[in-house]
Design a protein around this ligand. Structure first.
Ligand code: UDX
Ligand code: UDX
Length: 493
């Protein structure tokens, strides 16, 4: 086993930054350097405005930065000095060519491997942290084997990260498990022990699982696919609740008390977002297709289909309740991040819901406590999420600096992210400032305890997974929107 003195992490993003900050805090005798090709990002890590918002992260960074935690653009130096190199660069879904919209694009991983092989000397344990398709480690090892100089040797391990944004620091400090794949050879086993020794600083040995490389890579895809599947399952039941009168929260509670099912990840919503779920399920679908398992591919594809259906259904409900038209109506969209406690908007349901409402000519007034205006405008102007160019987005979308401004004179409020502050707004003040009838669409079930009071104030409250309060939810607007729905990343298998 190697005595580790230096760790380098390539990729200072949502995964690399928090992960290495916690490693630095837990391993004070190890120097941890996080590097990135994006110099602006590195500058932000070295400022008091961190590039990502994550509860508890600032405190960890402040405690270690300059002591044993460094953010740097000098990739070569950090690679040369490191005993362990984490690769934490992004693996976006391919937008062209073979596997378009399904396969992961590994160009950054490959570039990192080439670069490491070029500049490194001595013995290195290279750890694949980025979520990658099965057998990516093998490709990395092959690049190393083809480029190895006489004074250089590598072991490649898979060590997927299971942190969730918004709770990353807690997840990293108390992981359910740490998964390390590799160790098929004696040298591989030594590398596994070396990496394990880092986590053993704070993770009980019983929680460190070692598997083959491929099992580890597939476990990450499978874990995210199972979680996404649970959300699509409860969302499919929520659609049923909305037409039968059952309440999805009651159903989720009733089924979640069965210990075999469990009560987590059963929250009906506007659909899942985030950089991982959709991407990983699509990777899984692609993998199954390429391995000639069409039935399995189709099974997982449905998880995505239900998620897209959920976005459409929520937008349809808004249109249906607003007397089948939202053209020129002001809608306050509260929450743009893909979940609370993060400023990340990647694959956020808010983007898709906004797009549907914009297609109907709605005037959107968007407020999110952590997402910057430029990010929202960029997400909505992006060609794959809008039929409209930036000019039309500018004419339909305003970004509010507080929720009251967003709701002022609005016809309806749509809650798309479950930020805690939305539970504590002065809804009496908001109601007075809105046009009547005033609607609230709760896409996150965060106002359940306030429903009676909100209705007494005069609001029509419409809640995901619950039948409409006053106007029966008609199928007319849904079918209208269904017909008009553009082929939003729909994949034919
Ligand atoms: C990413 C992947 O999306 C996820 O699948 C994987 O598990 C871990 O890495 P995340 O950290 O959220 O997750 O991505 P992102 O915030 O985009 O950070 C990646 C960083 O890598 C960026 O800052 C980018 O500039 C950097 N990068 C990319 C490099 O430093 N070098 C490269 O060659 C490519
Ligand atoms: C996920 C995995 O949880 C994590 O293990 C992996 O490393 C990365 O992908 P993340 O995407 O950051 O983490 O957040 P997560 O809490 O899983 O939520 C994903 C999406 O599902 C969010 O949009 C969230 O709002 C939604 N969600 C989650 C629901 O709609 N209902 C639920 O019950 C839970």
């Amino acid at each position: 086993m190697v005595h580790v003195k230096c760790i380098c992490c390539i990729g200072a993003g949502y995964v690399g930054g928090p992960t290495c900050s916690v490693i630095a805090q837990m391993c004070p005798e190890i120097a941890v350097t996080v590097v990135d090709v994006n110099e602006e990002r590195i500058r932000a890590w070295n400022s008091d405005q961190l590039p990502i918002f994550e509860p508890g992260l600032q405190e960890v960074v402040e405690a270690c930065q300059g002591v044993n935690l460094f953010f740097s653009s000098d990739i070569d130096k950090a690679v040369r000095e490191a005993d362990i190199i984490f690769i934490s660069v992004n693996t976006p879904t391919k937008t062209f060519g073979l596997g378009k919209r399904r396969a992961a694009d590994l160009k950054y991983i490959e570039a990192c491997a080439q670069h490491i092989a070029e500049v490194a000397t001595g013995y290195k344990v290279v750890v694949e942290k980025s979520t990658v398709p099965v057998r990516a480690a093998e490709s990395i090892q092959r690049i190393f084997n083809a480029n190895t100089k006489s004074n250089l040797s590598f072991q490649v391990l898979s060590n997927p990260e299971f942190l969730a944004e918004g709770t990353a620091i807690v997840d990293l400090k108390n992981p359910d498990r740490v998964l390390i794949g590799g160790g098929e050879t004696v040298e591989g086993q030594r590398a596994v022990m070396t990496l394990s020794s880092i986590y053993e600083h704070w993770v009980p040995k019983s929680c460190i699982i070692t598997t083959s490389t491929w099992s580890s890579e597939l476990s990450k895809l499978a874990a995210n696919a199972f979680l996404a599947q649970r959300i699509s399952s409860i969302n499919s039941i929520s659609a049923l609740c909305e037409v039968t009168g059952a309440d999805v929260e009651e159903v989720a509670h009733a089924i979640g008390t069965d210990q075999r099912i469990g009560n987590r990840f059963l929250k009906a919503s506007v659909g899942f977002g985030g950089s991982c779920f959709q991407k990983n399920v699509l990777n899984l679908v692609y993998l199954c297709e390429t391995l000639n398992l069409p039935e399995v591919a189709q099974y997982w594809q449905q998880v995505i289909e239900i998620n897209e259906y959920q976005h459409r259904m929520f937008a349809s409900r808004i249109i249906s309740c607003l007397f089948n038209t939202v053209t020129d109506k002001k809608i306050a969209l509260l929450g743009f991040a893909f979940k609370k406690d993060t400023g990340d908007t990647r694959e956020s349901s808010s983007i898709h819901i906004s797009k549907y409402l914009m297609d109907e000519g709605a005037q959107l007034h968007i407020y999110d406590p952590k997402v910057k205006k430029e990010q929202i405008m960029q997400d909505l102007s992006h060609s794959s999420t809008s039929m409209d160019g930036p000019e039309r987005v500018l004419s339909l979308v305003s970004i509010a600096s507080d929720p009251y401004e967003a709701c002022d004179n609005a016809h309806a409020i749509a809650i798309c992210t479950e930020w805690d502050i939305f539970k504590e707004l002065d809804y009496e003040k908001i109601y007075k400032a809105m046009l009547k009838p005033a609607f609230i669409f709760d896409g996150r079930r965060i106002l359940d305890s306030l429903h009676d009071w909100l209705q007494q104030l005069g609001f029509q409250v419409e809640t995901i997974g619950k039948i409409s309060q006053r106007i029966p939810f008609t199928a007319s607007a849904i079918s209208k929107l269904d017909l008009q729905a553009p082929p939003l990343k729909k994949i034919k298998i």
